[in-house]
Write a protein that binds this ligand. Structure first.
Ligand code: ATP
Ligand code: MG
Length: 437
């Protein structure tokens, strides 16, 4: 047929590699998760912040750090065609939040607790749990120097993951101390790696002088033994840093959050100090880090702001939802309470008016809609009602309309029971359609 062959000449377009469409019914999981996030954030008094997806490239080069994987090779950076500005699709959102906090002097009247959700972009090799557009939930506490907020943030992430029914993840902690302690450790670390330079891979050699701490973060199995034996930063911490770390650990224990110290946990970003942590699961293969974060007391200054202590985390939403699926905790798709069957088009206006009232009373109703040939037979409409999953069919037939009623027929309990309800009293019987009723 003419139309078909014309269509087949047009080349189809596909989503960018590593960037996913989120479709129903999966999108229902996302909406549900987002709702739980809002509940938990509200309970912990964290307020929502929304910053642009595109930021100046310099923000991430300075903020995320020049020697990180993200800045070295994963950023979607481009030049604005109109004015030549160097821009980047955000690979993470902590620098964006800090930029906004500095720009709007957010902490002028005291510390702030913030959270965000949204897409991040990294040019990574796509695989399960690793995408080029992925979504992060993040929480950032700005202006708090004490260890309580480090603990609060970890408790918050733990409570969120537990509240949605997840288990089988662990919390790993480390302390990166302050910069003088990292300096002393760094010298010992460089000396150690220089003594074993033959065992270093290319990445590690490149980082040996630029950022030796990052070598500890290597995923190369051949380097694990070497890294295990490397000098540990924890041994270089002074009294104040140790006290901060001990308080965080004690508070977590008091809150029933189990933790373990991983002296090689350094995180992928350059800006951390004191507490760093990750939530890890063994049930998602290689991409098992659900959430990572830490304290970044130096970042405000690095971005031109006043010294401001801060701490935060980022959580990968795809990985959390994947773990829910693996653990059989996914929620079923949402189904309507009722399906509206309209036998004759002349009844459509009356039916739609009734549905408006039902919906304003909180009932979820799917309305039958026709084709260019009309609404279709009552039998075919009942088939649709069946496959919608709705518990009730609302039948707007000629007899019903004539007598000012609608037939409510039970579809799921096998009884096929039906009752007549009065059309203009729908606000009164609406509740009887809801599953919670
Ligand atoms: P990884 O070691 O897995 O690469 P990362 O250190 O790069 O993680 P962060 O920058 O700390 O990760 O981001 C926080 C969280 O965001 C991660 O723990 C993970 O859950 C998620 N995440 C990071 N990169 C991706 C990605 N490309 N696709 C999906 N989720 C991601
Ligand atoms: Mg990464």
């Amino acid at each position: 047929m003419v139309e078909k062959s014309a269509a087949s000449r047009v080349e189809k377009l596909f989503a960018v590699k590593g960037m996913n469409d989120i479709l129903p019914p999966d999108s229902a999981q996302w909406e549900w998760f987002e709702e739980q996030v809002r509940v938990q954030m509200n309970r912990h008094a964290y307020r929502n912040i929304r910053t642009p997806i595109v930021e100046p490239t310099a923000l991430f080069v300075r903020g995320t750090g020049e020697t990180t994987d993200i800045v070295e090779k994963e950023m979607y950076a481009f030049e604005d065609k109109l004015n030549g500005e160097a821009l980047t699709l955000r690979p993470e959102n902590t620098p964006g939040v800090v930029r906004a906090a500095i720009e709007h002097n957010l902490t002028y009247d005291g510390a702030k607790r913030l959270y965000y959700m949204g897409p991040m972009f990294r040019h990574e090799r796509p695989q399960r749990g690793r995408y080029r557009q992925f979504y992060q939930l993040g929480a950032e506490a700005l202006g708090f120097a004490g260890p309580e907020v480090d603990a609060e943030l970890i408790v918050l992430a733990h409570q969120l993951l537990s509240s949605i029914g997840l288990h089988g993840f662990r919390v790993e902690l480390n302390s990166l101390g302050v910069s003088s302690e990292r300096h002393a450790h760094r010298a010992a670390l460089v000396a150690y790696f220089e003594a074993h330079v033959d065992s270093l891979d290319a990445d590690a050699r490149r980082r040996l002088h630029a950022n030796p701490l990052r070598i500890l973060d290597t995923k190369n199995p051949a380097m694990q033994a070497l890294v295990q034996e490397a000098p540990q930063l924890l041994d270089f911490l002074g009294e104040a840093s140790l006290k901060h770390f001990e308080t965080v650990k004690a508070l977590l224990s008091a809150c029933g959050v189990q933790w373990q110290v991983n002296p090689r946990l350094v995180r992928g970003l350059d800006y951390y100090s004191h507490t760093v942590f990750e939530f890890i699961t063994d049930e998602l293969g290689a991409q098992g880090t659900l959430c990572g974060g830490g304290r970044y007391d130096g970042l405000f200054e690095l971005l031109g702001g006043k010294p401001t202590p801060a701490v935060g985390w980022g959580m990968g939403i795809e990985r959390v939802l994947e773990l829910l699926k693996v653990q059989g905790r996914s929620r079923g798709p949402s189904i309507p309470d009722a399906y509206a069957i309209v036998v004759d088009a002349s009844a459509m206006a009356t039916a739609m008016q009734c549905l408006q009232v039902l919906r304003s009373e909180g009932v979820c109703v799917q309305m039958h809609a026709g084709t260019s040939e009309g609404l279709g037979s009552i039998k075919s409409q009942f088939k649709r009602a069946d496959s919608s999953g709705a518990r009730f069919a609302l039948v707007f037939g000629p007899d019903e309309i004539a007598s000012g009623t609608v037939t409510v027929k039970s579809l799921r309990d096998g009884s096929g029971a039906q009752i007549e309800q009065v059309l203009n009293q729908s606000a009164q019987w609406a509740k009887s359609l809801q599953s919670s009723a």
